[in-house]
Design a protein around this ligand. Structure first.
Ligand code: 6GU
Length: 257
């Protein structure tokens, strides 16, 4: 996958040299270039922002440097790309969106700062390429850079070949719409706390059922919205008993055989 990131703070993206994202880059699975938006400014002050039309607090990113940057990055002969714009007013990022982005051949991230980028940049780009405005959640960051770190970490680990053990992708949280069960390693006793007996039993059927129950319990208490999103036929009788024991109202229709 090819990725370009345009930002006024290229140094914010240096963590992408580390850890497993860095390894994916060195392995040639992720080809990442970070660009300074100011290199597309024309004036001596390298201005990227100005006051908002209509008034109000803060500054807005002027369209000209963004237009020049996107023109150059999408010039004829370059591979087609999807533009991703991190913004608190975007579509909510989740594992499903990470999976859709992970199969794109090329992504360009446009990091806004201040109150955001002049909307005409997004309008114009939409006439030339697919565009996704994406939000990490219901809170406000100073800019898109940290969001790009989050999105790229979620996406990179889904690129085939990045994770050694592909099985871990099927078992992890959100793969089946539930949070994962707690995990344990050695020693079996620690500060008076014990690893659950079932995990040491070697009984794979019991272990799978225990993990399912724990995942259901966690999800129902921490993220009841995820339970409500799941199709009723995803629950077996034991699931429904666990959900009811946790105080979740299971409708009569869900309980039908
Ligand atoms: Cl993607 N960007 C900014 N600036 N703030 C956010 C966000 C993104 N997601 C949540 N808050």
């Amino acid at each position: 996958m090819h990725v370009d990131v345009v930002t006024i703070f290229p140094d914010y993206l240096t963590p992408l040299e580390l850890s497993l994202v860095g390894r994916a880059r060195r392995a040639g699975l992720l080809d990442l270039a970070v660009h300074d938006l100011r290199s597309w400014t024309q004036d001596v002050h390298r201005t990227v922002d100005d006051t908002p039309y209509g008034g109000g607090a803060g500054m807005v990113m002027r369209p000209e440097p963004w237009g020049a940057a996107l023109d150059e990055l999408t010039a004829p002969g370059r591979p087609p790309a999807r533009l991703v714009v991190p913004t608190p007013v975007g579509e909510r990022f989740d594992q499903a969106m990470a999976q859709r982005l992970a199969v794109e051949p090329r992504l360009i991230f446009a990091c806004g700062r201040y109150e955001g980028i002049d909307q005409r940049v997004i309008e114009h780009a939409t006439s030339r390429m697919p565009v996704t405005e994406v939000s990490l959640g219901d809170f406000v960051l100073f800019g898109g850079e940290v969001a790009v770190l989050v999105i790229l970490e979620a996406v990179t680990r889904l690129i085939p070949g990045v994770l050694g053990n592909a099985g871990s992708l099927d078992e992890e949280s959100y793969a089946d719409g539930l949070l994962e069960a707690p995990v344990y390693t050695k020693p079996p006793q620690w500060r008076g706390h014990e690893v659950p007996e079932v995990l040491r039993s070697g009984d794979h059927g019991r272990i799978a059922r225990w993990r399912r129950d724990q995942g259901l319990r966690r999800t129902v208490t921490r993220r009841p919205d995820l339970i409500a999103k799941l199709a009723p036929e995803k629950f077996d009788k034991k699931d429904i008993a666990v959900l009811q024991a946790a105080g979740f109202q299971v409708s009569a229709a869900d309980m039908a055989e």
